[in-house]
Design a protein around this ligand. Structure first.
Ligand SMILES: [Zn+2]
Length: 384
């Protein structure tokens, strides 16, 4: 996380809890837990103040050299959120939207105990979910060369299943930072969200894609599930080279054909359990338009039809009658995500340009979030 320190002119410099908060923040910066941006005038006051140890004053001297670069970072498009600490105020907390970023404006009291300045926990529905999101964060840094002096630091990464909302609330109650993503479990663009996700909301916030509190953020993945944002070529490679059934291979061919025609069906497809045409029709009936033929799935599945009501696999077979079997998607199993993590372990050269255009915006948004919550300045400083 990035902490910007403000209002040092109005601060009470004889207040020991203010000085302790400053010491904790500067140490967290030196230990590469977080990033601290402070005006030079503030750092000069720390350097001259005998209350601080020599080590802390050295960190302040070092921090002075980084101010310009780090200020440019928070103004850049690579940061979606940061914390602004008002040194003249102990307990304030406010969420401010500013230049397309969310700034969490806080008083300094929270930071006077060093135990509250641990690095951010990343929480997903499953441990592999959290690992996948961390991968996306590291991928974001690697694919933006301007971020090459930064790295991710997270204190733990865990999964909560149906208890995710409880774990999130407990993590915040323990005064820890937490960034959490949950699947929407939406089976159709117009269907409602699943229970794991609803547990985060009372009746308010129900339509928001993300929300903040002190000091956490929840993002609802605006897709059925995490498997929906595995890049298509990675999914295809895993299925085609793995021990897959004929139906799974066919499913990849169908998806490929549809994606060539700009289909976003994977965003709502249940990858683990698959989808049959009659189920798709039922979803359209429940959530679709009044006009039966313009439902989401019927429009998407029509992309498999080439001519004379025949699907692309059978377009040249004169005496073949296409049926539901030509428009179904096999379950791709529960190991898809762990196989994806293995794929990335073995494919260091996978790049941003390799990601399909439906998936890439998700990776950009999540990568930026993870970077914002977990970034540290990864340059060794000599402070003793
Ligand atoms: Zn067919």
């Amino acid at each position: 996380m990035i902490f910007e320190l403000i209002n040092e002119e109005q601060a009470n410099w004889s207040d020991e809890s203010l000085l302790d908060a400053l010491e904790n923040l500067l140490k967290a910066f030196a230990e590469k837990q977080h990033i601290v941006i402070a005006p030079s005038s503030l750092l000069d006051k720390v350097i001259k103040n005998e209350y601080f140890s020599r080590k802390v004053r050295n960190i302040a001297a070092y921090a002075k050299q980084t101010v310009r670069e780090l200020k440019a970072l928070i103004k850049s498009d690579h940061v979606s959120t940061y914390i602004r600490i008002d040194l003249s105020n102990e307990d304030k907390f406010e969420i401010v939207e500013e230049n397309q970023k969310t700034v969490l404006e806080s008083g300094f009291a929270f930071f006077k105990n060093s135990s509250s300045i641990q690095s951010t926990s990343i929480l997903g529905e499953d441990l592999n979910d959290a690992r996948f999101y961390i991968y996306i964060g590291n991928f974001y840094i690697k694919n933006n060369s301007i971020l090459n002096k930064f790295a991710l630091k997270h204190s733990c990464c865990h999964g909560g299943g149906s208890q995710t909302a409880n774990i999130y609330n407990n993590t915040l109650a323990e005064n820890k930072f937490c960034y959490c993503i949950v699947d929407s479990d939406k089976k159709h663009p117009h269907s409602s969200r699943g229970e794991t996700c609803k547990a985060f909301f009372g009746n308010i916030n129900a339509f928001k894609e993300f929300f903040f509190e002190k000091f956490g953020q929840v993002r609802i993945l605006d897709a059925h599930e995490i498997e929906s944002i595995i890049p298509f070529n990675v999914l295809a490679e895993i299925i085609e080279t793995g021990n897959s059934s004929k139906d799974q291979i066919l499913t990849i061919r169908r998806l490929k054909r549809m994606i060539e025609k700009n289909s976003n069906i994977r965003l709502f497809l249940d990858h683990k359990n698959g989808l049959k045409r009659n189920q798709a029709k039922e979803l359209d009936r429940r959530y679709g338009n009044i006009n039966k033929n313009s439902g989401y799935y019927s429009t998407e599945l029509n992309k498999l039809i080439e001519q004379n009501n025949k699907c692309f696999e059978h377009k040249d077979k004169v005496d073949h009658e296409c049926d539901d079997n030509c428009f179904s998607f096999a379950p791709m199993g529960s190991k898809l995500l762990s196989n994806t993590l293995k794929f990335f372990e073995n494919n260091n050269n996978y790049k941003k340009e390799d990601i399909d255009k439906i998936t890439l915006p998700y990776w950009e948004i999540i990568g930026k979030d993870i970077f914002s919550w977990c970034c540290c300045y990864d340059v060794s400083m000599k402070v003793s």
